[in-house]
Ligand binder design. Structure first.
Ligand code: GLN
Length: 500
């Protein structure tokens, strides 16, 4: 059964639907591997065999009754630990929520259950999804299956390392500034941030509500498309969720055709600031697209220069307000100081003990940026930059169907390399942040190994708002070009974790 773990989610779904294999067998294969390898990768913060197997049994029983609940019926999945689950603790990578078991399922989690996908466990993340490496998790970093001394990206490094290491065939991530796409790029996986509002955020522990979006992580473009189809749709619990359907992403992948494709390369993100091997992979993809008949033009997005600065004002501002609810009264940890434990002192002691340094840094930054007298200078200016970025993108998309950039400036860096340098950590998001500021969809697809270190590189595809199908179309075209060259997904070239 060990060959099951190397199959894609869509292949597994077909085997389960045709009853060649049961959901229980597939779920057990991934679960057993996860239990064995999690001590090495730290992908999961929580694994529960009973929950996973009983959901798999229910999926098999439904199928025996002639009920196929979704195109991914029976396929097990890993869920980032900032989505609420009634049958598992939800920590968001923080000590302040240690052991907290929510009273409701996030809409995405409820949709996964209704679609017949057994949940294997909850995956690790930087505390409250703040970070690019999982090193800010209160529960230790996850490791990259390509090289266990390196980061698997962040904040969703638990999900990316689980998928890249075949501890789960697919996973759920959340992306506020790149936390699905950056981890996908540095682990050789696929990850997509849908259009803002395409997927309900109800039950997602909010980082920055105007930027957050939930999305899929997988080893193939089709798997992400199938998963986005399962989790998207309007939700009355989330007033920012889109009322209309964006169509079938799986159809966009299956019918992908390069004919008439116009691609834009962003001048501001086509520079030597990228690691040479990453840049070489990017140039190679562009050359392949040209050879296949795509039209490629350079587009100018001058305001991208200010994207990181604007993001690191807007995000802390929203986060400082969202995190105010962790006050020792309603959730998780409560620390009672000696002496006279007034409510203020209990709250202060709890937040002092429960939050890590990066979270505290952003709360301080956010409250400062929002304070009277500074509001216009910082938060107000950042919002203006956000509008300028949207205008740059509108102009670019009037010339092309999609924009392409390298997803990450470098391949996976070493654990410890940037953890004490917050600014260096923030710079990882240079290419991914504009999509969150503008609310447009973005995805990362593997596009080779960097020549200097043999580690995976990813290419980012950006599409206009609500044109997620266009993004998946191009993702599929690029994947097909590389499959023709490699013969198998890039992930098949990864060192086999079981021999490590
Ligand atoms: N690295 C970014 C940050 O630290 C991305 C976070 C995210 O997308 N959740 O804010």
């Amino acid at each position: 059964m060990s060959d099951l773990i190397h199959k894609s989610a869509s292949e597994l779904a077909e085997l389960i639907a045709s009853k060649s294999v049961s959901s229980v067998e597939v779920t057990e294969a991934f679960f057993d591997r996860s239990v064995e390898l999690n001590p090495k990768t730290n992908s999961y913060l929580y694994l529960n065999r009973e929950n996973a197997i009983s959901a798999a049994k229910a999926a098999d029983a439904a199928l025996a009754n002639g009920e196929k609940l979704s195109p991914l019926h029976g396929v097990p999945i890993a869920v980032k630990d900032n989505l609420t689950t009634t049958d598992a603790p939800t920590t968001s990578g923080s000590k302040i929520l240690e052991g907290w078991v929510p009273q409701y399922d996030a809409t995405v989690v409820a949709k996964l259950r209704q679609a017949g996908l057994p949940i294997l466990g909850k995956t690790n993340l930087d505390e409250f999804a703040m970070g690019s490496s999982t090193e800010y998790s209160a529960y230790g970093p996850s490791k990259n299956p390509w090289d266990l001394t390196r980061i698997p990206g962040g904040s969703g490094g638990g999900s990316s390392s689980a998928v890249a290491g075949h501890l789960a065939p697919i996973a759920i991530g959340s992306d506020t500034g790149g936390s699905i796409r950056f981890p996908a790029a540095v682990t050789g996986s696929v990850g997509a941030k849908p259009t803002y509002g395409a997927v309900s955020r109800y039950g997602l522990i909010a980082l920055a509500s105007s930027l957050d979006q939930i999305g899929p992580v997988s080893n193939t473009v089709l798997d992400s498309a199938l998963l986005q189809d399962v989790i998207s749709g309007h939700d009355k619990h989330d007033s920012t969720s889109l009322p209309q359907s964006l169509g079938s992403m799986a159809d966009a992948v299956r019918n992908a055709d390069v004919k008439g494709l116009r691609v834009g390369v962003v001048k501001q993100l086509d520079s030597n600031a990228f690691q040479p091997g990453v840049k070489a992979c990017f140039d190679d993809t562009i050359a392949k697209l040209v050879a296949a008949g795509a039209e490629v033009v350079t587009v100018d997005c001058p305001s991208f220069e200010y994207a990181i600065a604007a993001y690191y004002l807007i995000l802390p501002a929203e986060a400082s307000s969202n995190l105010a609810k962790f006050d020792s009264v309603r959730f998780g940890l409560r620390v009672t100081p000696d002496g006279n434990p007034t409510i203020e002192r209990v709250m202060a002691a709890t937040r002092e003990a429960g939050f890590g340094p990066e979270v505290k840094r952003r709360i301080i930054l956010g409250t400062y940026a929002l304070s009277s007298g500074y509001y216009d200078a910082y938060y107000g200016s950042a919002q203006k930059v956000r509008t300028l970025i949207q205008q740059d993108l509108n102009k670019a998309f009037s010339q092309v169907d999609v924009l392409l950039t390298p997803t990450a400036p470098t391949t996976a860096f070493k654990i410890g390399e940037k953890v004490n340098d917050p600014l260096a950590m923030y710079l990882n998001d240079i290419a991914t942040i504009p999509a969150n500021l503008a609310g447009i969809p973005g995805m990362s697809v593997p596009n080779g190994l960097a020549v200097e270190d043999g580690l995976p590189s990813g290419i980012q595809i950006l599409a206009p708002a609500m044109q997620d199908a266009q993004m998946y179309r191009v993702g599929s075209i690029i994947e097909q070009m590389y499959l023709a060259e490699w013969g198998s997904p890039l992930i098949a070239k990864a060192p086999k974790l079981e021999v490590l």
